[in-house]
Design a protein around this ligand. Structure first.
Ligand code: SF4
Length: 438
């Protein structure tokens, strides 16, 4: 790969796809490149280096990225000095095919290679650089990220996953579980508090499996809660099997830990849960929900659900609808199953047609919309504290912020981002709340 030309400060344009972990990784990459002397480009047209940080969880996401790369390759044809790199999960997942499918790529780097980006971008030569080694020890501890300004910040506390659910590529593209040392997590949170951040969202693929020596996730939550200036703590995504009493206790007794949990269930059928090797039954999941709600009465719950996994019969799907009704999730992220290469379910293939998956997905969404509308209607009349984020989309004078339950509220007020103010909920839809100052 030819070196980045030295014509003043080289500019990087970084585009991110996928989950919050990827957003946090992009902030980490931004920090690494800034320290190496790179500036930010607002548009790909202005950049010397374009990096796409990708997601491999769903086939659809990969196709979107390949389409985007084709667009960006046009810029490269006009400016051959422009460097184009693909980073993250898709780089790891598709390493064998990527340089053939996208021959204009100069760099393909997996999630454990970000420390070396300045070195790669500084290298000469004309062959693309491919670095997708997974590193069991890489946590990026102590490396400052280029956080977007705002009252909320993401803090990655663990990387990778050891669970190997049969449908999932994460353990293959992000490697094995590694926890960031608590001192490094605390240092990052203190630094964020110093910059005016009020809410930290702790990230990990199975975040509640965090363990560093004697410090488990419940203890980590309590340690972060001691930091002055950090007013709210959230975390995502916990695995139901790692939801220990210590974590539930910390949620119940530490006021800074917010009463909201994204607890992926994936299916309401024991047969499907066993085929996915999720490690719990429907009864165990429901028991956990009950224990959580007893401990944290104001708790809001969201989940992930996959429809049309290999072997899913109408009865299995009906059981998922039943579980949705029984739990009454505040929100659900619903997906059609897509077969992913390298996963254990790959060789099993698809047994549910695309039309049937689409039908099941719409039924699930319709049910969830009605449940979410009812749960939000129940908020009307309640006083909630919101963390002000900025102007709301819906009209002058309206601000937007999140309630402790992570519901978006719009309200007329004079306040600054980062302020915590009490509001009374006066109206609700399935997706948002309207409020007035209390
Ligand atoms: S717990 Fe399962 S679904 Fe979640 S990242 Fe790990 S393997 Fe994937």
């Amino acid at each position: 790969m030819p070196k980045v030309e030295n014509r003043g400060q080289p500019l990087v344009y970084l585009e991110t796809y996928g989950c919050q972990m990827n957003i946090a990784d992009s902030e980490l990459i931004g920090g690494i490149l800034r320290r190496a002397g790179y500036g930010d480009a607002a548009r790909p047209e202005d950049a010397d280096v374009i990096l796409i940080n990708t997601c491999a969880i769903r086939e659809h996401a990969e196709e979107r990225v390949l389409g985007r790369l084709t667009d960006l390759a046009r810029l490269k044809r006009r400016r051959p000095g422009l460097r184009l790199g693909l980073l993250g999960c898709m780089a790891q997942h598709n390493r064998a095919h990527l340089t053939q499918r996208a021959p204009y790529l100069d760099l393909v780097a997996g999630p454990d290679s970000y420390r070396r980006l300045p070195e790669f971008l500084g290298r000469g030569g004309f062959d693309p650089i491919v670095d997708v080694r997974l590193d069991r020890n890489e946590t990026y501890a102590g490396l400052a990220s280029a956080h977007e300004p705002g009252p909320r910040a993401y803090v990655t506390v663990m990387r990778g996953c050891d669970r190997f659910c049969t449908f999932c590529v994460v353990p293959y593209v992000r490697g094995r579980e590694r926890s960031v040392a608590p001192e490094a997590v605390l240092e990052q949170c203190r630094e964020l508090a110093g910059r005016g951040v009020k809410e930290v969202v702790l990230l990990g693929q199975t975040v509640n499996a965090y363990r560093a020596g004697e410090v488990d996730f419940g203890r980590l939550l309590r340690m972060i809660a001691q930091i002055d200036g950090i007013e709210r703590i959230r975390f995502t995504s916990p695995h139901p099997c790692d939801m220990s009493d210590a974590v539930i206790e910390a949620m119940a007794t530490e006021p800074k830990v917010q009463p909201y949990l994204h607890l992926p269930v994936q299916s309401g059928s024991d047969r499907m849960l066993a085929a996915m090797e999720r490690g719990y039954s429907v009864a165990e999941y429901l028991d956990l929900v009950n224990r959580l709600r007893r401990a944290v009465p104001q708790l809001a719950l969201s989940t992930d659900i996959i429809v049309g996994f290999h072997g899913e019969e109408p009865d299995d799907f009906a059981a998922t609808l039943g579980l949705m009704r029984e739990v009454g999730f505040d929100a659900a992220f619903t997906f059609k199953y897509s077969v992913r290469e390298h996963t254990r379910a790959f060789k099993l293939g698809d047994t549910v047609s695309e039309e049937e998956k689409a039908r099941r997905l719409s039924a699930l969404i319709e049910l969830q919309e009605s449940i979410a509308a009812a749960r939000n209607q129940a908020e009307i009349g309640r006083i909630r504290e919101v963390l002000v984020e900025g102007p709301a989309r819906r009209g002058a004078g309206m601000l937007s912020g999140k309630t402790p339950q992570f519901k978006t509220a719009a309200f007329p007020a004079r306040a600054n981002p980062g302020d915590l103010i009490a509001v009374r909920i006066v109206a609700a839809t399935s997706h948002s709340l309207t409020a007035v100052p209390a």
